[in-house]
Ligand binder design. Structure first.
Ligand code: NAD
Length: 367
């Protein structure tokens, strides 16, 4: 049997630094757990532009379509700020998402006990938090037509259109139910059915999909109340599913419940491929952090936890994903911190590679 395949796109700035630590983790799973991957590496973003004059070549795009999962670091940096819009580093990432048709964006908000003091909320509100936001990623108001700025009488009018087909809603909601089956079996669907027809349709479709999942409890919440509940009592949620615009805002809000940008993984999933695995791109939420790039200061945990998501959602290795998450938890509980995780009381930070090594040490200890 052939090994599952991974395409690694480290990208720019701290991307290659954090990805080097993920490589250690991937190698560990191969050597110690017999979970080997065929790993290819390629360029994306500014590094691809430097080499090829485009932020993603057709060849790299084809490789991304062919593998079982793509793991990306980060793209962008001040060096590329003045490039034409069509070749900016971010276009490489957008092309991947679009051509792989990654319609479900998964953003977990998980609060490690050792970092509960980092949240802007009270410790007992966030300690033990573990929720997942599923955001529809390829439709809705960011894509709907008509859009633009038009002349109307003697002034201009800016127009964007919220538009959802039933099938677009259904596949996002179904992704949320599938996730809930592997978690706490609760889905909260958020829209504004009180004032938006697209919200009424969203709610109808969610109710319909729910009939296929009798073990999962479905509730509905208006998205504005959802925002309030996320900061009031976030632990009431298991899986939240919502549209592109509300998801953009609510997932950033939920992310901050947990403290540091250097801790946040994400996954974007598409339709199942022939082998049953979903098209998938895993990446940390953070960017290329040019202010700290090349200094060994970057926190690799967001990227490492993105690989844990790949183990769970692409490769059906939930137990091994949990092992990796527990190793991260152990290292944090031991007080090991990269610079971004030092609180106001300070302390001595460890480097990017020391954090990677510490996680490998905790993985060894888990055997
Ligand atoms: P950023 O996420 O790169 O950095 C914001 C702040 O968080 C910085 O102070 C940075 O040092 C810190 N930070 C981020 N990740 C960290 C980590 N792993 N460890 C420690 N500290 C970390 O956002 P930005 O500064 O707004 O953008 C920088 C560049 O990244 C821009 O070119 C932007 O377009 C790009 N960007 C890319 C992505 C992506 O690739 N998905 C996402 C956001 C921004």
């Amino acid at each position: 049997m052939t090994n599952p395949s991974l395409l690694i796109l480290p990208g720019d700035g701290i991307g290659p630094e954090v990805m080097a630590e993920v490589r250690k983790v991937i190698d560990w799973f191969g050597a110690k757990r017999g979970i080997a991957f065929d790993v290819e590496e390629d360029l994306v973003g500014g590094s691809a532009y430097d080499e090829h004059g485009v932020p993603l070549t057709d060849e790299t795009m084809a490789r991304a379509q062919a593998v079982d999962a793509v793991l990306l670091g980060a793209v962008g940096g001040p060096k590329y700020d003045d490039l034409d819009f069509s070749v900016k580093p971010e276009r490489g990432l957008l092309r991947l998402r679009k051509e792989m048709d990654l319609f479900a964006n998964l953003r977990p908000a998980q609060c490690f006990d050792a970092l509960a003091d980092f949240s802007s909320l009270k410790k007992d509100v966030v300690a033990g938090l573990d929720l997942m936001i599923v955001r529809e990623l390829t439709s809705g108001i960011y894509f709907g037509e008509p859009r633009g700025i038009f002349e109307e009488g003697n002034e201009r009018v800016g127009i964007n259109t919220q538009r959802y087909t039933e099938s677009e809603i259904e596949r996002a909601v179904r992704a949320a139910f599938e996730l809930a089956m592997r978690r706490g079996r609760r889905v909260c669907s958020m829209e504004k059915a009180n004032v938006m027809e697209s919200g009424i349709l969203w709610r109808e479709v969610a109710n319909r999909v729910a009939q296929d999942y009798p073990e999962v409890e479905l509730t509905h919440m208006y998205a504005d109340n959802g925002a309030m509940q996320l900061v009031r009592a976030p632990k009431q949620f298991d899986v939240i599913v919502t549209d592109n615009l509300f998801g953009d805002i609510l997932s950033d809000c939920a992310a901050m419940l947990t403290g540091s940008l250097g801790m946040l993984p994400s996954a974007s999933l598409g339709a199942p491929m022939e082998n049953g695995r979903p098209k998938a791109l895993y990446e940390p939420v953070h960017g290329s952090a040019p202010d700290i790039a090349g200094q060994g200061k970057a926190n690799p945990i967001a990227c490492i936890l993105s690989f844990a998501m790949a183990l769970r959602y692409s490769f059906d290795k939930g137990d091994e994903a949990a092992r990796l998450e527990a190793a991260v938890e152990t290292v944090l509980a031991e007080g090991k911190r990269t610079a971004d995780l030092l609180g106001p009381e300070g302390g001595t930070p460890i480097s990017t590679s020391e954090m990677g090594d510490a996680i490998i040490g905790a993985l060894d200890a888990s055997l």
